[in-house]
Design a protein around this ligand. Structure first.
Ligand SMILES: Cc1cc2nc3c(=O)[nH]c(=O)nc-3n(C[C@H](O)[C@H](O)[C@H](O)COP(=O)(O)OP(=O)(O)OC[C@H]3O[C@@H](n4cnc5c(N)ncnc54)[C@H](O)[C@@H]3O)c2cc1C
Length: 451
């Protein structure tokens, strides 16, 4: 496709340097990164994506694809290349009777939750309002309903995807099943630009919702009890989250903060949470029945919604022994920046019901993932914050196994094993079949198998 024939035309909403929208168009959610693409194409339809790929290949220009801009390492933008952004494509079409939602990949998690709520349906997506469905789904998708219903990607029935040669394929259980396998957990950006996802959805109405806060001195007791809600055999109707912060800035202000959504009655939830209510001295406890959408909003309200500079990474944990909990204490006691902390997201349950090789998402048996994160507001903070996250991740290595591919960390040397475990080789074979020339490449992208 290189420089043969007439130059293909770029279509869609096109932004180039000098346009008034250029600066906002190139920005990522993680403002630590500051990159300058040659052109940003906001696709309005699948054809615009096809044209953008053809144009980029004709001109031999690096390609990045983008949905919600939430890449931890700013991987959806590249200096001197083309960014194919699908965020103007955000339609949702619901077949309530069949419980199926067809979604353009540019929609954000919050908007999808709201759109489906109108039909009293849910596809479990991340806990943050502004993350894009594109990236979240392709890397897995941890939500407050993961234990109850599985990952976002476990709800995927079909993906429309534009390949490196400009073909538009549908990947599902019957067509391109190898690609469908790889899309579910292989991580965004590797195989092609996804433009539409078809998901199966669940019916939902009200839920039991809980919030509990403690002082930092109770952290050890709380973690010890909390993790039992994520152990094998624990009630899968509870989705538990736990934030631990230095409490200096930003939500949640409470140093130790639990949120949970339970698909059952408040009485049952209160009974289930009894050990947690007895851990340390809870400062504030709320347990009530609310609509599903209200619970989603409350969880999202505790997440960052405005772009900011940060460093983060989320390894997986099973049972955290006392030494692991002491390591968290050690790092939390010397947080390097105005805002830093740890976020434990309960998994296992329905996630673990799917075998590790059934999709590219390997770390099915993890009890939770634990995000280690620091805000990098100044240059001085940046140095300290990056070092803190990196040292923290290393110190946790004896207690963690693998890293969530949706929290890429370019300092991880053995990233192939860390993100993909035993699924890496198969991913390289799928890559060789669908993108043999490695057109879609970026730091830590999946290379095509050789030979
Ligand atoms: C504040 C915050 C909260 C988060 N909360 C959660 C959470 O609750 N649960 C969870 O699971 N994760 C969470 N994450 C991590 C999130 O899953 C990843 O950052 C995810 O990659 C974001 O996807 P995106 O589309 O917003 O990002 P982008 O930066 O647009 O893309 C991320 C990656 O996916 C690729 N990509 C994007 N769109 C497409 C597409 N249409 N086709 C193919 N590839 C594509 C990009 O090239 C890039 O490599 C959070 C991240 C942040 C910053």
């Amino acid at each position: 496709m290189l420089r043969r024939g007439k130059e293909p035309e770029l279509t869609g909403r096109i932004v180039v340097p000098g346009n008034p929208q250029y600066n906002s168009a190139r920005r990522e959610f993680n403002t630590f990164f500051n990159k300058f693409p040659l052109v940003i194409v906001f696709a309005q339809k699948t054809r615009d994506v096809v044209n953008a790929i053809r144009w980029a290949r004709f001109n031999n220009i690096p390609i990045r694809m983008r949905s919600g801009r939430h890449s931890y390492e700013g991987l959806s933008v590249v200096t001197g290349g083309i960014v194919i952004d699908v965020s103007d494509m955000h339609e949702v079409d619901v077949n309530r009777k069949r419980g199926i939602a067809t979604v353009q990949t540019g929609i954000r998690g919050g908007a999808l939750n709201e759109a489906l709520w109108n039909e009293r349906l849910v596809v479990p997506v991340g806990v943050c309002r502004t993350t894009g469905i594109g990236g979240v789904t392709l890397g897995g998708g941890h939500s407050i309903l993961s234990r109850q219903y599985g990952l976002t990607q476990d709800h995927l029935l079909d993906a429309e995807i534009v390949m490196a040669d400009g073909r538009v394929l549908h990947a599902n259980a019957d067509q391109h099943a190898d690609l469908f396998w790889a899309l579910r957990g292989g991580g965004g950006g590797n195989f092609g630009v996804c433009t539409t996802f078809r998901f199966r959805a669940h019916r939902i109405d009200t839920v039991a919702y809980a919030e509990i806060t403690w002082d930092l001195r109770d952290m050890e007791q709380v973690i010890r009890v909390w993790q039992e809600f994520t152990a094998p055999g624990a009630d899968p109707r509870l989705g538990p989250l736990l934030s631990i912060s230095n409490g200096l800035q930003g939500p949640p202000r409470n140093p130790v903060f639990f949120q949970g959504v339970f698909l059952g009655s408040t009485a049952e939830m209160r009974k289930l949470l009894r050990p947690l209510l007895r851990a340390g001295s809870p400062r504030k406890v709320t347990i009530e029945e609310i609509t599903w959408i209200e619970s989603v909003r409350r969880v999202a309200d505790t997440q960052a919604t405005l772009p900011y500079p940060f460093k983060g990474v989320a390894p997986y944990v099973k049972h955290l022994p006392n030494a692991g909990i002491s390591t968290i204490r050690r790092f939390i006691e010397k947080t390097p920046t105005s805002s830093a902390g740890v976020f434990l997201h309960g998994l296992n349950g329905a996630v673990a019901k799917v075998p590790s090789r059934a999709t590219a998402y390997f770390w099915r048996r993890a009890w939770s993932d634990v995000t280690l994160q620091a805000t990098l507001s100044t240059q001085e903070e940046a140095k300290r914050g990056i070092r803190w996250v990196e040292n923290f991740r290393r110190a946790m290595l004896p207690f963690t196994r693998g890293v969530y591919v949706n929290t890429p960390d370019l300092s991880i040397k053995n990233w192939k094993q860390a993100y993909y475990g035993g699924n890496f080789d198969r991913l390289t074979r799928v890559k060789a079949r669908y993108d043999p020339k490695n057109i879609f490449n970026f730091p830590q992208s999946i290379p095509p198998a050789r030979g």
